[in-house]
Ligand binder design. Structure first.
Ligand code: AMP
Length: 219
């Protein structure tokens, strides 16, 4: 089963994917996490990625697609994957379709998370991530018990370089220009499922993931 998580930065893609991966027993992969790992380990590819990722610009399709294909070829992906952040442009989506066709696989579901820009920006600037286990916190909505320390593993919390207000605004602009057109692309294939994760209406990740799983049963 192939599931794509679609949505603006901090729309909840990673949080929902984390639940789906356990419920559906297929791995979730975050393109951003893969890229940030390359950058922090200063690999050759990491050096090429750094400027794009830090500024909140999209990494060129050719690099993204090479990494996506390599990930699809890994052993644990043979029963499917939850793609969080992979495919952010129409050319990436077209290339993924071809890769899957060659493997006799298809996209089963595209979970499209919609949230107001105001809430997105609030979430981005207040987001803190554990350096060790990657747990995500929000300094206002969901703070850790001890400031700067992860509740789960005691790891140090940090703010991503691209989670500043200015960069978040840029990422949102890039999202509307390059990624949002994918909604129409996947609407046409019948794979799109649009929902929202919003603190303002108290609709949190568990409820969203539950609805996705119920929806999958009807497909
Ligand atoms: P994320 O962690 O999903 O917010 O991604 C962080 C950054 O990684 C983005 O702002 C882009 O610079 C880069 N990135 C992640 N996925 C892609 C993709 N599919 N295409 C292009 N750039 C990407």
């Amino acid at each position: 089963m192939i599931i794509i998580m679609l949505g603006a930065p901090a729309s909840g893609k990673g949080s929902v994917a984390e639940i789906l991966t356990k419920e559906l027993n297929i791995p979730a992969v975050s393109s951003g996490d893969i890229f940030r790992k390359h950058i922090s380990e200063e690999t050759e590819i990491g050096k090429k990625l750094k400027e794009y990722v830090t500024k909140g610009e999209l990494v060129p399709d050719s690099i993204v697609l090479e990494m996506l294909e390599a990930r699809l070829n890994e052993e644990d992906a043979k029963n499917g994957l939850i793609l969080d952040g992979f495919v952010r442009t129409i050319p990436q989506a077209e290339a993924l379709d071809k890769m899957l066709e060659a493997r006799n696989q298809k996209i089963d579901l595209v979970v499209n998370l919609e949230t107001s820009d105001e809430e997105i920006l609030e979430r981005v600037v207040n987001r803190r991530i554990c350096k060790n286990c990657k747990a995500v916190y929000n300094t206002v909505l969901h703070p850790s018990a001890v400031k700067g320390k992860c509740d789960k593993c005691g790891g140090e919390l940090y703010q991503r370089d691209d989670d500043t207000l200015e960069r978040a605004k840029n990422r949102l602009e890039v999202y509307y220009k390059e990624t949002a057109p994918l909604q129409e692309y996947y609407e046409k294939t019948g794979a799109l499922y649009t929902t929202t994760l919003s603190v303002k209406i108290n609709r949190m990740k568990d409820e969203v993931a539950h609805d996705v799983i119920e929806y999958l049963k009807t497909k």
